[in-house]
Design a protein around this ligand. Structure first.
Ligand SMILES: [Zn+2]
Length: 340
């Protein structure tokens, strides 16, 4: 008698999915140039050397955001079946007044839908929403899902609110209702006074932002109120998973950490998903042990210069994984999250 399988029959081969890629859309950049005059826009304070390098990178990113055939050739070269495209970080526009924020999100989401429609077997898109105006963000999220977008990307905070702020509750409620993932990817860091040199505003500060975003989500009790939320953290969740012991110790000792939650922070860390954009294969091995291998999706940060150039080869370098677990990371888990 044949054995009953323990899990439902999986599709024969999961597609290879890069969860972490960006599009720098000329239509959005044109909108920003036309509308941002006179508004206070946050920009990281960077050194002249860093700014010059950035200019060179921007040209490459632009070319890979408009020439989708070149993008697909890059994907084929490293064995990527599907890219999950998200907005370039400058496209968040949380600095804009609510109505304008909605307008620019619509521009991105509409053009992204055209890209996906032209190459439906190679790209899926995460929407962008005006998170500074939660009610409008809900409206745009629902419209974007109607267009076929497979989730939403947000930054690690709005201009003045952390992600666990009660004002953002309508957004989280709507995001949970979609059943689709929320990808948290920060845009730089809010206080760059000490981070202008050596590209620290990005290399050190973004992982700190991710730790901040996760902390706000965890300590506010959001994951208890919306237990079906599927939150994917960029860059392996930044620093927080590696400091689980310290925050758990604080939870045990300090009552002010337990106001909204009754489980240790590390228990909540196992409720997030994480991408593999951490550059050291042994970090992915650590993360798999800490949060579970089923919580990890492959992501490269294509096409920025800091990207992992061959994310599939990178995942192959992670020790201690069974072939089945590797397939979950390179696409199985992402396919399930994105409902592909
Ligand atoms: Zn990125």
């Amino acid at each position: 008698m044949a054995k009953t399988p323990k899990t439902p029959k999986a599709r024969a081969i999961a597609p290879v999915i890069d969860f972490h890629t960006h599009i720098n859309m000329p239509e959005v950049q044109a909108w920003i140039r036309a509308n941002a005059r006179g508004t206070r826009r946050p920009r990281p304070r960077v050194s002249p050397a860093s700014a010059a390098f950035q200019k060179r990178q921007d040209a490459t990113v632009r070319s890979r955001s408009t020439d989708m055939r070149a993008r697909i050739r890059d994907m084929d070269r490293v064995g990527i079946d599907i890219q999950v495209i998200s907005a370039h970080l400058t496209h968040y526009c949380y600095w804009a007044p609510a109505r304008l924020g909605l307008e620019v999100a619509k521009i991105f989401n509409d053009h992204a839908a055209e890209i996906v429609a032209a190459h439906p077997d190679r790209f899926v898109c995460l929407a962008t929403v005006p998170l500074q105006a939660p009610k409008l963000a809900v409206r745009e999220l629902e419209r974007a899902v109607g267009l076929g977008h497979r989730g939403v990307q947000i930054s690690s905070r709005t201009e003045d609110k952390e992600l666990g702020d009660p004002a953002l509750e309508p957004f989280w409620e709507a995001a949970e209702a979609t059943g689709l993932p929320v990808y948290v990817h920060p845009h730089g860091f809010t206080n760059t006074e000490r981070m202008g040199e050596y590209f620290l505003w990005n290399s050190i500060a973004q992982p700190l932002e991710e730790a901040m975003a996760m902390s706000s989500i965890i300590y506010s009790g959001l994951l208890d109120r919306y237990p079906r939320l599927k939150i994917v953290m960029a860059h392996g969740g930044g620093f927080l998973p590696y400091y689980a012991g310290r925050v758990d110790r604080a939870f045990d000792i300090r009552p002010e950490t337990r106001v909204n939650i009754n489980r240790k922070p590390s228990a909540y860390m196992r409720k997030f998903y994480y991408d593999t954009c951490v550059y050291n294969a042994d970090m992915v091995q650590f993360l798999a042990r800490k949060v579970g291998v089923g919580r990890i999706v492959m992501g490269s940060d294509y096409p920025v210069f800091l990207k992992e150039p061959d994310p599939v080869a990178f995942v192959k370098k992670v020790r201690g994984l069974k072939a089945r677990d590797r397939r979950r990371i390179t696409g199985g888990t992402a396919a399930r999250l994105l409902k592909l």
